[in-house]
Design a binder for this molecule. Structure first.
Ligand code: GLA
Length: 382
């Protein structure tokens, strides 16, 4: 349906037939704020995507139409500098990476749009960046390896959107596989697919519909705090390069030299990596209830020690406690808004939704938005 719309709009604006790409958003089951600490994450690509159409235009200019914003913008290949704000940065950012790496990109036209809610923490920007990378690789027949495209997307985000994000979002969107989560070691980039057999349970997202503005700044501050922790640990344990190499004992050994806040941040990350490895074992054994417990523990750490949650997220998680039909819940992604992810009995979804929506509106005056999600294939040509 959406691909059809992309084609129609493409022909309306540019008068030609585009090559089509689909690029999904992502969820993350567990392993939050671990990616930029060389740790483990367990994300999956989802059945909400951005679709993009591309065609060459024989010039040095790139004309882009956003279906969702119903807006046209453009940039020249000879002037790729970040703009103040806006979606065009994601397209310019990726194009700049490809050119810098020596790939022979020429002018192109693009129409894009999709159904990944924006600002909900489902990585619509990573999906867009991956889609641009793969689109250009296909359009100019460059055969760029997927991992390289993922790295271009991450660099584009750093340089053109100003967020020093880890690699999880792009990796999950690009490498996702239907029916599976993927466990990624963010240090070696080795990964393994984990079948998600949830039986009578499913994953449901609850969108707080808030996006607290301190998000990006706080994200970069957390990175710095983790780095401070690593440097202090290294004074006694020189073999340490990142929090991935740090144990709870090492952290305790330098505790007196760390500001309390930094200790809490690091201690959360160290525990979250351990939790992730254990919860993957639980998943393999089909022990969903142990997996759910790990989700709750992850939320607790994110809220109290890492301090990236907010009132609305904490409220939604608290609503699930003492409800045996919900096995686990936690905030997902960077934090300060966005969604919670819930592992919930399918038969209970409707009842739960009507209860929690009422309570949420009563408390915050905001209409809660639920998304029932399933896993999907990663970025691909359609
Ligand atoms: C955001 C970033 C990711 C990751 C998560 C937290 O989504 O883009 O790289 O750090 O936050 O796990």
């Amino acid at each position: 349906m959406l691909t059809h719309q992309i084609q129609t709009e493409f022909s309306r604006h540019f008068g030609s037939v585009p090559l089509l790409i689909a690029s999904p958003g992502r969820i993350n089951l567990i392993g939050e704020h671990t990616d930029y600490n060389d740790g483990f994450v367990l994300p999956a690509a989802i059945d909400k995507s951005i679709y993009l159409g591309f065609a060459k235009n024989g010039t040095r200019n790139c004309r882009i139409y956003s279906l969702d914003y119903q807006a046209m913008d453009s940039f020249s290949l000879d002037e790729l500098v970040p703009r103040e704000k806006g979606w065009i940065n994601f397209l310019m950012g990726v194009t700049a990476q490809l050119l810098r790496a020596g790939y022979p990109i020429e002018g192109f036209d693009c129409v894009f749009g999709g159904d990944i809610p924006i600002g909900a923490g489902l990585s619509s920007s990573a999906a867009l960046e991956n889609g641009v990378g793969m689109g250009l690789s296909e359009l100019f027949d460059l055969r760029i390896p997927k991992l390289e495209l993922v790295q271009f997307a991450q660099k584009a985000e750093h340089e053109f959107a100003g967020v020093k994000c880890g690699i999880m979002d792009m990796f999950a969107s690009m490498m996702g596989r239907s029916g599976h989560a993927l466990r990624l070691d963010c240090r070696s980039l080795e990964f393994a697919y984990f079948p998600l057999s949830l039986g009578e349970y499913e994953l449901m997202l609850l969108d707080t519909r808030v996006e607290h503005s301190l998000g990006d700044t706080a994200y970069n501050t957390r990175r710095d705090e983790c780095q401070t922790g690593v440097e202090t640990v290294r004074t006694q344990f020189p073999q340490v390069n990142s929090l991935r190499d740090v144990s709870a004992d090492m952290l305790d050994a330098v505790r007196n030299h760390l500001p309390g806040r930094v200790y809490d941040r690091c201690s959360y990350v160290v525990a979250e990596n351990q939790r992730l490895l254990k919860s993957c074992e639980a998943l393999e054994m089909g022990n969903l209830s142990a997996f759910g417990d790990a989700m709750y523990a992850s939320h607790e750490g994110l809220s109290r020690q890492y301090e990236v949650s907010c009132e609305e997220l904490d409220f939604l998680v608290a609503q699930t406690i003492n409800k045996p039909e919900v096995l686990g819940a936690r905030m997902m992604g960077g934090g300060f808004g966005g969604c919670t992810i819930n592992l919930i009995a399918s038969a209970y979804v409707d009842t739960f939704l009507s209860e929690v929506s009422k309570a949420y509106t009563n408390t915050f005056g905001i209409t809660l938005k639920p998304y029932r999600v399933t896993t999907s294939e990663g970025t691909r040509r359609v």
